[in-house]
Design a protein around this ligand. Structure first.
Ligand code: ZN
Length: 264
């Protein structure tokens, strides 16, 4: 048993500008519900700066994650990506994880960035090998491409997590076989998300993490609001129903998994 008050939100964006001025409140509210630590997902250099400032105020509760998000890569040109990768290589030592890194091949996100996303993903895998930091992967409509790139470059020793996993059982197996953890968030709480429900039922508990992806991906209970990190209780409840376990056990197990992955 982990004990009330030490659970972990494996992925969120508390430094997001939409939370400006409200961070102290949402962190306190989550802590009152036993969620003690918030792992961040990096977007780009401006976001790393904001994460640092947040950690300075809440040193015990924020885990830094620096990387170039596929959204950021899609919105910046090759030279800007190169420059940001150089900066990442020098600043990564401060962070607990590298990411968000990966591919988002939805046409409205990708625009002309397909090749650039692949290159920046590969370069971040290389940085993960060198830095020995776990990876935080963002993969949307890019399963086969991601597996091909991960196999080509090799999954680094410290492994990592696939954030907001929302795929089938077969896709879950592809990641688990490669030692990657699956972080499940708000989308699992949608009653019609049967593909993910089935995947969660079949998924071995020891590779499962839970996340808010705050302020996005609110479960139905928080619909229409900025999603606060305390919403992982909803995720734990839904996964508990799917796995026939108490939500407290889901919170305990996923927290232990997180500690194993991050060596903390
Ligand atoms: Zn995220």
């Amino acid at each position: 048993m982990v004990g009330f008050g030490f659970w972990i939100d494996a992925h969120g964006h508390l430094a997001d500008p939409r939370w400006e001025g409200q961070q102290d409140r949402i962190i306190l509210e989550a802590r009152a519900k036993g969620i003690h630590f918030f792992m961040q997902g990096g977007v780009g250099p401006e976001d790393w700066e904001k994460q640092r400032a947040l950690k300075a105020k809440h040193p015990e509760h924020i885990g830094l994650c620096f990387g170039l998000h596929p959204y950021w890569v899609a919105d910046h040109d090759e030279d800007q990506c190169e420059e940001a990768l150089d900066l990442l290589a020098t600043q990564l030592v401060e962070a607990e994880a590298i990411g968000e890194m990966g591919l988002d091949l939805r046409p409205h996100i990708m625009k002309d960035s397909r090749e650039r996303q692949m290159t920046v993903f590969e370069q971040q895998i290389e940085l993960a090998h060198i830095s020995q930091k776990p990876m935080v992967l963002h993969l949307v409509q890019a399963h086969d491409e991601a597996i091909r790139i991960l196999d080509l470059w090799g999954v680094p020793k410290q492994k990592g997590l696939v954030h907001s996993f929302n795929g089938s059982s077969a896709k879950a197996k592809d990641f688990i076989q490669r030692g990657l953890y699956l972080s499940v968030g708000g989308p699992v709480c949608r009653p019609d998300n049967q593909k993910l429900h089935q995947a969660v039922k079949e998924m071995p508990l020891e590779f499962l993490l839970i996340e808010s992806d705050s302020p996005d991906q609110a479960p139905p209970a928080f619909k229409g609001q900025l999603n606060p990190p305390e919403s992982i209780w909803e995720v734990a409840r839904t996964i508990g129903e799917l796995k026939s376990l108490d939500p407290l056990e889901i919170l305990d197990i996923t927290t232990e998994n997180f500690r194993r992955l991050f060596g903390r």
